[in-house]
Design a protein around this ligand. Structure first.
Ligand SMILES: [Zn+2]
Length: 575
């Protein structure tokens, strides 16, 4: 391979005008040179790889040039300029404070400052990562910074401005460098590609720019890396492959299936993504960005926030036309919640799948009012009433209020019953809808409402008998649950409320098993008003803390300060 110079170095700007994405800073510097109002010390702040050192070098070169152009750029011909170009100028000193942060390093520098320049007007000292200087080094430097010789200029650069002590800040003219926009990075990459005779797809360059997070230097090194893999052709396909970026097509595809309420297909897409080795949360974040991009397309004023290649722009616009703002907001909300809780979820894949299923149900015809009309269609009498009711409300003529209310109560049990089929015959969509309903209301209360009419009386004896038959029926299948509920007899209270004690919180919270038990009791005792209430045995009775949560509560009980600490520091218990 012939002499390979990394693009970041080869295409490092040599004039103010060629610096990418920092126009306000370069023009301020130019003005200062033009008006001879150059500060003694500068502080260049901002993330890495966005041109701080480059600007410092251009500034050093320009102020030392013997024939500064009218446009305030170095002439590139004079003795000073040529020595700069060959990196042999004595007028520029660079110190990387990350590796040279001792007092001695700074003393060396301070000693040099005393010697005036032999050629040119200024000696320029660039101290990179200045926040890394030790406290004593800082102090040693401060004196020089307070009373510098007129020929000395200091350019301090840092990625962490907040770590710079105020005494330094107050002595510097501060410039905040911005992250470089994706468009600007793409332009520069395009320029480099043309110069190097590399054909590059714009979409591919966009991915590189996004991956570089606003740092041009990073973008250029990624570019070099891709070139070394793929030769003189950079395509979208090989970039996403090399950078391990999930193909955007997946996001377009999954939104399409979500809009079609196609849960099975969406689950298959997730499966494919995970099979390809992508992390679920990685996908979630990408999906969030995708949804955000679709939302941004909804309004002409926010369209400028869409940072993608032209091809994708049209694709985003097309897809956003199919989505309502309401859908996008709901999907973003689901996506965001899933992202937040992803880390603490025990079954991450299921956690992700549930969120996608929830998204599928946003526009699902099963949800919303559509469900009601659809379901009641099977039961002729209520449908008539409901149709009348709907007509009444849609026409401008208001109907007397009490009547439709009556209809609603008439219809409710019908709708409820239709969702109360055995689990095996429920479709995923129905199951989902049902789950949503259950979450909204108290589960026990909900079931109680369903069959309000049948409520045979029964005695405590009958209850205990039924309880025991249930236990023996499940003892093989669910030994721990049957043991747990066998420990204490249930107690029949007023209004068919049945209380039973357990010393295990997990049992009390196991809604599935408890609702199964409750269903059994209802059926056997022919009483659908039964309300089963698990009661967790009090702390005195329960001495063993099983879960972290329980352990914490035990600790907090002994020492309330623990709880206060948790609240004040906003801590969470990890499971
Ligand atoms: Zn010059």
């Amino acid at each position: 391979m012939e002499n390979f110079i990394v693009s970041a170095r080869k295409y490092r700007p040599k004039t103010f005008d060629t610096v990418i994405g920092q126009q306000s800073i370069t023009s301020t510097l130019k003005n200062a040179i033009r008006n001879n109002q150059l500060a003694q010390a500068f502080l260049f702040c901002g993330p890495r790889g966005i041109g701080k050192t480059t600007c410092a070098r251009i500034l050093a070169k320009t102020i030392n040039c013997e024939n500064i152009t009218e446009n305030i750029e170095p002439c590139d011909k004079c003795e000073s300029c040529t020595s700069f170009n060959q990196s042999i100028s004595f007028n520029i000193h660079e110190l990387d404070a990350a590796s040279n942060n001792s007092v001695d390093d700074i003393r060396n520098l301070v000693d040099q400052v005393r010697i005036p320049p032999q050629v040119g007007k200024y000696k320029v000292y660039i101290i990179d990562e200045v926040h890394m200087l030790s406290q004593s080094a800082f102090n040693a430097f401060l004196k020089t910074l307070e009373e510098p010789p007129s020929y000395a200029k200091f350019i301090l650069a840092t990625t962490e401005k907040h770590k710079i002590i105020p005494t330094i800040l107050s002595r510097c003219q501060i410039f905040d460098f911005k992250r470089i926009s994706i468009d600007d990075i793409v332009k520069q990459l395009n320029y480099v590609a043309k110069n190097e005779n590399i054909s590059a797809e714009t979409n591919a360059l966009h991915i590189i720019a996004q991956k570089s997070d606003g740092a041009l230097r990073d973008a250029l090194s990624i570019f070099d890396q891709i070139v070394s893999f793929t030769g003189d052709k950079i395509s979208y396909k090989n970039v996403i492959e090399n950078l391990n970026v999930l193909d955007y097509d997946y996001y377009f595809k999954i939104i399409e299936t979500i809009l079609n309420n196609n849960i099975p297909e969406s689950l298959l897409i997730i499966n494919e993504i995970i099979d390809n080795g992508f992390d679920g949360q990685h996908f979630l974040i990408g999906l969030g960005e995708h949804l955000r991009n679709l939302l941004v397309c909804k309004d002409a004023s926010t369209l400028q926030l869409l940072e993608t290649g032209e091809d994708f722009k049209t694709k985003y616009k097309e897809q956003s036309e199919k989505c309502s703002v309401n859908f996008l907001l709901k999907a973003l909300d689901i996506n965001n919640n899933c992202d937040i809780n992803y880390k603490i979820s025990n079954n991450k894949r299921l956690h992700l799948e549930i969120s996608i299923m929830q998204m599928c149900s946003i526009t699902s015809p099963v949800s919303d009012e559509a469900q009601h009309t659809k379901k009641t269609a099977y039961t002729p009498p209520p449908i008539k009433k409901q149709q009348v009711m709907e007509k009444d409300t849609s026409s401008l003529k208001p109907s007397p209020k009490p009547e439709p209310e009556k209809h609603i109560t008439d219809i409710t049990p019908q709708i409820k019953k239709s969702s109360d089929v055995t689990p095996g015959t429920i479709s995923i969509k129905q199951a989902f809808k049902q789950q949503n309903e259950n979450n909204k209301k108290n589960e026990f209360h909900d079931i109680k409402e369903e069959h309000q009419k049948t409520a045979d009386e029964f005695s405590q004896d009958q209850l205990e008998k039924t309880w025991k038959t249930y236990i023996s029926s499940i003892s093989e299948k669910l030994p721990s649950f049957s043991n747990a509920i066998a420990k204490n007899n249930p107690v029949l209270k007023e209004n068919f409320v049945i209380e039973f004690k357990t010393d295990n919180k997990l049992i009390a919270n196991d809604k599935l098993k408890i609702s199964d038990l409750s269903g059994y009791l209802k059926k056997e005792l022919n009483n659908y008003q039964i309300c089963l209430v698990p009661i967790v045995a009090t702390k005195e009775e329960n001495n063993i803390a099983y879960t972290d949560q329980e352990k914490f509560e035990k600790m907090a009980e002994k020492n309330p300060a623990v709880k206060k600490l948790k609240e004040q520091l906003n801590l969470e218990i990890e499971f």
